[in-house]
Design a binder for this molecule. Structure first.
Ligand code: GLU
Length: 268
């Protein structure tokens, strides 16, 4: 099933892309771009949803910590987004691939005409062989309360929206955890990874704690929301450890990696 996926949305989180001080983890990004470029060469279509703008901007502006004030976050995002795209573009170019930046706000996807325009842009970029690289337009729409109506509230949610818009076959969330566990692996050394989830119910939700990391947002709760949205749209989703991008090869070779969310686990 996953091995047959042709159009893939990959979401990568801040904690995967950066060191705890917010500076870009160049080795990790280089490995990720190399693997994604190889997938493209094999005929797959890739859309990358990337976090990291605020984290990277925080480091670039030499702020002591991720800002809490909305306008500081917006400013950090504007700075960090440039650095992120500069590196992605440089690395994808090394493998002969073209990148395209798409910064989204909820208001665009909520309105029929702007939503359709955005779908047209994605379709056109993919047909031209480009790699759309998507983030929320944090400098315009923020996760904070005052702009709730125009923000997606995190890139886990955004990635499921993007996967739906482009009719992806699979959504992959690269995270700082290997997948969904039956108890908190930070507290319980015997916690077991759940390889496949067919249905997201209250019992499963109770396994998902809250917290994200110091630089990014989101935790398991937002990932389960993304999984639900993806499955509702007929798209399978995988949560896997982003620290070893080469594991994506195992995933597409049909080996068990991370947690797969799919209504048909048996056919995996
Ligand atoms: N859009 C935010 C950023 O680029 C990240 C949001 C998230 O991690 O969910 O910093």
């Amino acid at each position: 099933m996953i091995d047959k996926a042709k159009r893939i949305v990959v979401k990568v989180g801040t904690s995967t892309l950066t060191y705890p001080n917010g500076r870009l983890n160049i080795r990790r990004i280089s490995q990720l771009v190399r693997v994604l470029s190889d997938f493209k060469n094999s005929g797959k279509e890739i859309v990358l949803v990337t976090s990291g703008a605020i984290g990277v901007g925080t480091a670039r502006l030499k702020l002591k910590e991720r800002p809490k004030e909305t306008r500081m976050k917006q400013a950090a995002a504007a700075v960090g987004q440039c650095e992120l795209m500069y590196l992605y573009d440089k690395l994808f170019m090394e493998y002969g691939h073209v990148t395209a930046q798409i910064l989204m706000t909820r208001i665009i996807t909520d309105r029929d005409n702007t939503r359709q325009n955005l779908i047209n842009t994605f379709d056109t970029l993919l047909s031209l062989g480009a790699v759309p690289i998507v983030n929320e337009n944090d400098s315009v729409a923020v996760e904070e309360i005052e702009c709730d109506d125009i923000a997606f509230g995190g890139n886990d949610t955004l990635s499921a929206v993007v996967a739906t818009l482009v009719h992806a076959d699979t959504l992959i969330l690269l995270s700082d955890i290997e997948g969904l566990y039956d108890s908190d692996p930070h507290k319980n050394p015997n916690a077991k990874l759940i390889p496949c989830v067919e249905k997201i119910d209250d019992d499963l939700r109770s396994l998902a704690g809250g917290a994200g990391s110091a630089l990014g947002t989101g935790g398991m709760v937002t990932k389960l929301d993304a999984a639900q949205a993806a499955m509702d749209a007929g798209i399978s989703m995988v949560i896997m450890d982003g620290s070893k991008p080469a594991k994506l090869y195992d995933l597409f070779d049909g080996k068990p990696v991370g947690t797969l969310f799919s209504p048909s686990c048996g056919e995996k």
